[in-house]
Design a protein around this ligand. Sequence first.
Ligand SMILES: Nc1ncnc2c1ncn2[C@@H]1O[C@H](COP(=O)(O)OP(=O)(O)O)[C@@H](O)[C@H]1O
Ligand SMILES: [Mg+2]
Length: 226
Amino acid sequence: MSTVPLVRCAGAARTYGSGATATVALQPTDCAVLPGARTALMGPSGSGKSTLLHLMGGLDDPTRGTVEWPAIGTRAALRPGPVATVFQGPSLLPPLTVAENVALPLALVDVGPAEARDRALAALEQLGLTALADKLPDELSGGQAQRVAVARALIGAPVLILADEPTGQLDRFHGTLVVDALLHAAERTGAALVVATHDETVADRFDACWRMRDGLLSTEVARCSS
Ligand SMILES: Nc1ncnc2c1ncn2[C@@H]1O[C@H](COP(=O)(O)OP(=O)(O)O)[C@@H](O)[C@H]1O
Ligand SMILES: [Mg+2]
């Protein structure tokens, strides 16, 4: 397996605001995600998990230090395609069907509507969601909607999937289905997976465990249960 990181943070820090109201969300952080890694990112609410995922996904800039994607290229090359993000809450566009939502990232690149629909249906089929293709987001349960969001994340054949508490609003059963979908997709495609979670039983299914507290990241822990 290649040892060129997909993403590498070097002294990367993020402070929101300035002066007396400044919040240090992420203290200077060194970390890297290698191809095929399966990493759980644990930590209490407000510890900086989302901030770190946003930096690694190129959705936000560090206020100090650097974030680079050595195995992928520049930040402009990240999306749509190599890096995919799954968020915690509802993220599907209400007026679009499930298949249209899943195909949406392809609308940003040069893929025609017929091929986009075919690829969306294939992504849905891989997650066992074919029956939902023509439904609207309002007709889905929370767990179904989150698995559709996973299908949408997979449409660009990502090499790095970043999921921010994807099971945070789901019960244990539906949360397990979403984590299954992410892990199976990563297994099938070889993509690296970083999942922020509060849930030790979710984290136990990953190979590595990073822990955050007060904006400080520890990457020393091997598995979450150790
Ligand atoms: N846009 C923002 N503006 C100001 N403070 C923020 C913003 N986003 C996050 N924070 C603060 O940064 C800290 C880390 O937040 P976050 O990364 O969302 O943590 P987590 O995802 O672990 O809950 C918290 O204190 C939070 O209140
Ligand atoms: Mg968060």
